[in-house]
Ligand binder design. Structure first.
Ligand SMILES: [Zn+2]
Length: 68
C-alpha cells in the first residue's frame, strides 16, 4: 500500500499542528502529521514544543486567575 497520499511537507505539517490547537484534525490530517513526524527531524521538535505549550498554558492561566 502506498502512503504517498499522506505526504506533506514541513510547512504543511507545522500548519496542521498549529491548526490542531484550534480545531480537531480529521483522520487523514492526523495520519499525515504522524507519517511526516516519522521521517522528519525538525517537525517532531516543533510538535513537542507545541505539546509543552499546550500543557503549560492552562496552568499559567490558572495561576494568573488566582493571582488577583
Ligand atoms: Zn518536517
Amino acid at each position: 500500500m502506498t502512503m504517498n497520499f499522506l505526504q506533506r511537507n514541513c510547512r504543511q505539517v507545522t500548519a496542521l499542528v498549529l491548526a490542531g490547537e484550534d480545531r480537531r484534525l480529521g483522520l487523514f490530517e492526523r495520519w499525515a502529521v504522524r507519517a511526516h513526524l516519522k521521517v522528519c527531524t525538525a517537525c517532531p521538535r516543533f510538535y513537542r514544543q507545541v505539546a509543552l505549550m499546550r500543557k503549560a498554558l492552562p496552568r499559567w492561566r490558572a495561576y494568573r486567575d488566582t493571582a488577583d
